[in-house]
Design a protein around this ligand. Sequence first.
Ligand SMILES: [Zn+2]
Ligand SMILES: [Zn+2]
Length: 761
Amino acid sequence: MILDSLMLKTYKIVISGRVQGVGFRPYVFVLATKNHLTGTISNNEKGVIIYLTGSGLEVQSFYQELINNPPPVSLIQKSDIHEISFQEFEDLRIVPSTIEGKLNLPLTPDFAICENCKNEIIDQENRRYNYPFTTCVNCGPRWAITNTFPFERSNTTIDDFQMCTVCKNEYTNPENRRFHSQTNTCKTCGIEMVLRDNEGVKLHISKEAIFIKAAALIRDGKIIAIKNTSGYLLCCDANNGRVIQIMRHKKRRPKKPFAVLYPSLNLLEQHFKINKKQHRAFQSTQRPIVIIPNTNVQGYLALADIAPDLNQIGIMLPYTGILELLSTELKIPVIATSGNLHGSPILFDDKESFAVLKNVADYFLDHDLEILNPQDDSVVKFSTKFDHEVLFRRSRGYAPNYFGTKINTNEKILAMGGHLKSTIAFLPNDYLYISQYLGNLDNYDVYKRFTNTVEKFVSLFDQKPDVVLIDSHPAYQSSLYGKEITKKEASVLYEIQHHKAHFASVLGEHELFEDTSAILGVVWDGTGYGDDGQIWGGEFFRYQTNKIERISHFEYFDWLAGDKMAKEPRISLLSLINSDMESVLEGKFNEEEISIYTAIKKRNKLKTSSVGRLFDGVAALLGICDINTYEGEAAILLENKVDHYNLENYRTYCEVKNEGLIPTSIILKNIYVDFKNGINKEQIILNFLFTLASIIIDFARTNKFEKIACSGGVFQNTVLIDMLKELAGKKNKLYFNRNLAPNDENISYGQIMYYLNCRKH
Ligand SMILES: [Zn+2]
Ligand SMILES: [Zn+2]
């Protein structure tokens, strides 16, 4: 026994998952050294491959520790160890990557700057003092600068910079925390920042003074375009209403709220009350924008200019060295919004950004690190009562991986997603990849970004799709492009109804397809092309044994004026009311408009069941919003009129019956009566939300569903989610999207889930 354990053996270990660009090989090196092992460690297309020779006991103890206690930002999904024929190694080495097949591992997302690196760049004694591109194996850009995989310097744009001797020493020293850090650079050898005015003239200041100067300019009321590591941001003083309004005007963004970058958690906590979950999100490696209530703010912020008419504000903390150093100098909160014009994708290319943003920004803080995969900041919000997390936008820090669903298929599947909040999903190997949020495909630049992303995914994995999934809407740009691809690649085309894809996304996220009981699907959003050619958006489905069927919906009302209806809540109101309610339209239309729309309404055949448009109609009725200046404005303003609620105080505007449709017209009629009777708006809104929540729970109970899965943009309403949870109690189990946004960002994933689980029925 003892002899056996001392005999030397060789093992092959394969680790898959998020194991590249996360300091895995250096970690293995140190751990194997500690256990007196020799051999080789390398990356390949599947993950990390380790060959080790040593005593069986030592190899086992090494393996156990590695699996139970892996490097902080890694994520092991599969691991395998087995003995192979004995091999003698001279020493222990990290050897260059070897690629034998096609890429089959998760891609690594960007990580927010870690505490150690952050401390170094503000420490005057440190050699990285003031160096904004300070990174280590646990932090820094990854996906943003990735050309291809495995994650090696030569496959990223950091390769444009040669490590100096000191950096190289860090890189080769197992004791150093930058041992094998692929993104290692410093002031001597690395990326340089330049400050220019909006005519392109470089400001003559020393390297050391760049952030001091940039901070002074912001304090002085200037707008600065900052090239971050994942795309351009536009920044200005969040206390200065005048400059914020100038930026709104130039960006053509009259009211949509801006995100605010706080210099530190410390100051943020002095100004706002932050709960535990928000706290964790603010400091996570994804470091998203977190939407929090703006009531009882202690510090001075130009709130009315930052988030007009809203009781909430989106805030984030510095996630790169650039933002950290700027914040250290500034010490005040600043607006930090995606560098683009309203509706266009975030800019990332130096020349194009300069051409577009010189009309918005007074100065440019640029650098020469090339960005390959631009990403907006991600956005999350927690509900007030139950702290339920809703992802509003899934981008930097989360993309391009999706974890959490076990998938078994050999088919290579590409899903084209929706239209308004487009994303793509690709299943080229054992993993599922979902792109960052790309935006509204009506915008030509977004469409270009979308097609580039598809091309990048296909070429990166070197896999042609066998199947292309598209939304059944005949005019979605994503569907048209999907059809083009199927022609080019000779793939099979498969159409999936929009709301069924939404439902399938929740079933997939919670692995409910194998569940034997029937599940109620509640899918409410703005629009989606229905199987009957009408515009759906207030749907009830039943899922059982791989079959989704529509079992009810909101009673149809007129779909008027095409896309204009989503932009003008007053048109939804006009569509929803009957003739004895016409007085509510007063002041909302001129006479000519009224006669045109009334004529259209008379001969209109296209109908909708959209709950999104019902929200719009209610918002217009209550005088909250007649015309949206940004997508979803009316619904956001409506939710924002209410703060806290107490379920006992509300009544429902309609009863759910066993059979038949949800009576949209009765709901609106009852709201109208309350409004005419002078009931206050907040009460009416809460009654309305209570009505919607009750409809879901009552519908589930009268139809004997225990499990309810909700998806669609309406479920970004966190008051509705809280009410639902409270009403469901222990009797009903609720499921929502959790690692994906409830809005159309989840369509691409839902399409894949539907195709894999429901297509045969
Ligand atoms: Zn770090
Ligand atoms: Zn260096």
